[in-house]
Design a binder for this molecule. Sequence first.
Ligand code: 5GP
Ligand code: ZN
Length: 112
Amino acid sequence: MENCIFCKIARGEIPSQKVYEDDEILVFKDINPLTKIHLLCIPKEHFKTVAELDDARAALLGRALQKIGAHASAWGLADGYRLVMNQGEAAGQSVPHLHIHILGGEPLSWEK
Ligand code: 5GP
Ligand code: ZN
């Protein structure tokens, strides 16, 4: 996607603070952190929501979760963290490229 901000980050056209990268996913620091540690995990392939998962994308998303689980401690999240995926504008999705928020580094409440 030509004008997608996360595609541009994945292509290296917009700088980001990467903490993990392989050929199919990227994890980088959120520019406006909501918690002490706030990372974003994206597939490099552009699609918007889980409604667009075919078998290959479902497997890709599974591997993304696997990488998060494997690296969370190294990112300072050994005490626990929250994964959030906003699906659609009404749920607060502002960037239409699937991403997993990784939130932690401090105690998190579960209240509105
Ligand atoms: P959403 O609201 O779509 O669930 O989450 C999008 C997230 O992307 C927000 O937390 C926002 O701070 C982050 N974000 C938007 N633009 C950029 C950017 O250019 N660089 C980085 N690192 N994060 C961004
Ligand atoms: Zn994109």
